[in-house]
Write a protein that binds this ligand. Structure first.
Ligand code: NAP
Length: 310
């Protein structure tokens, strides 16, 4: 992997094809996950040049961080990797809540360090706003951890534009992670321009629209996991989206590429998107997504892909 990009203004460089690991030990999101397949896909990613790995306490909860940590340890490449995790989540009587208070975030960073068997986290995100703690106070707590060397960069996820602006009052935010893909493009209105202007990297989650944009689904697919409640994968909307995927396939075929590759390459042409973190269920998908690096989209193709999903 050649071209590296900088995470915001952090001075940290990453390869543009990263790895999302909510299906590595994320038993609360996907039933019947095979933990060995999960560890194997993380090791495969690392051995093949992926250096940006995304996890969170929520996935498991805690189990994804543990498995990712074990896999990293086994490769012996911790210091070559940029490991991102997220916190804010707590479970009260089985119900998920969010807490952005400085004391909670500091404790959660300690817990993540233990679960991942490491002594620093390259990028720590506040996973969700709690709606109470002023964002700049929460970010201030992460800035203290950064000054202590426990984390190297500060991220926010799922904050609205106003919440992000408030939290970034002192300019400490390096990375923003939000939902963005060809089907869900609302971030284009305000979040992408703001992050570009502020030199904050925008890392899109659900880049493959939870698998739809990998181009292998058909209208008879039934989902029994978190995808069962996603409108873009149900009924008429699903069928319309599948038709659009067929239009992508024509563009991909003409370049001897696959749908997933031109989709991931397209995101990397957006202003503040410095990397993508497609998730995977097995090592083959990880290797397949790395072929994105061979794809060079022309201006005409970029515009065509844009217009299919306008
Ligand atoms: P995604 O990247 O849009 O889709 C991943 C799914 O697509 C895989 O699980 C796999 O599902 C399919 N896939 C991937 N590569 C493929 C390939 N080459 N060929 C065929 N199928 C392929 O969705 P995601 O994993 O949920 O999102 C990416 C990452 O973003 C997550 O792993 C997580 O780290 C992060 N995330 C963050 C938040 C947040 O709140 N900050 C929210 C969601 C996700 P199947 O094999 O089942 O089809």
């Amino acid at each position: 992997m050649t071209k590296q990009t900088q995470l915001g203004k952090s001075g940290i460089y990453i390869n543009p094809i990263g790895l999302g690991t909510n299906a590595v030990g994320g038993h609360n999101l996907y039933p019947n996950l095979d933990e060995e397949a999960g560890k194997d896909l993380v090791r495969t990613a690392i051995k093949n040049g992926v250096n940006f790995i995304d996890t969170a306490y929520l996935y498991g909860p805690g189990r994804s961080e543990e498995l990712v940590g074990e896999a990293i340890k086994e490769t012996g490449k911790r210091d070559d990797l940029i490991v991102a995790t997220k916190g804010s989540v707590k479970f009260v009587n089985g119900e998920m809540q969010h807490d952005n208070t400085p004391s909670f975030l500091k404790q959660e960073v300690e817990n993540s360090l233990k679960r991942m068997q490491t002594d620093y986290i390259d990028l720590y995100y506040i996973h969700y706003p709690d709606g109470v703690t002023p964002g700049y106070e929460a970010v201030g707590a992460l800035k203290e951890l950064k000054d202590q060397g426990k984390i190297r960069a500060i991220g926010l996820s799922n904050f609205s534009l106003d919440q992000l602006k408030e939290a970034n009052k002192d300019g400490y935010v390096d990375v923003y992670q939000g939902e963005y893909n060809l089907i869900q493009r609302s971030a284009e209105k305000e979040l992408l321009p703001y992050t570009a202007e502020q030199n904050i990297s925008f890392i899109p989650f659900f880049p493959l629209a939870s698998g739809l944009l990998a181009g292998k689904y058909n209208k008879d697919m039934k989902f029994n996991d978190l995808r069962a409640n996603m409108p873009h994968l149900q009924g008429e909307e699903f069928e319309k989206n599948l038709e659009k995927v067929e239009q992508l396939r024509e563009i991909a075929n003409a370049k001897q590429a696959e749908v997933a590759h031109i989709v991931l390459a397209w995101y990397l042409t957006r202003d503040s998107i410095d990397a993508v973190i497609p998730g995977a269920k097995n090592a083959d998908q990880v290797l397949n997504n790395l072929k994105t690096l061979d794809v060079q989209l022309t201006e005409n193709e970029i515009a065509k892909i844009d217009s299919i999903f306008k």
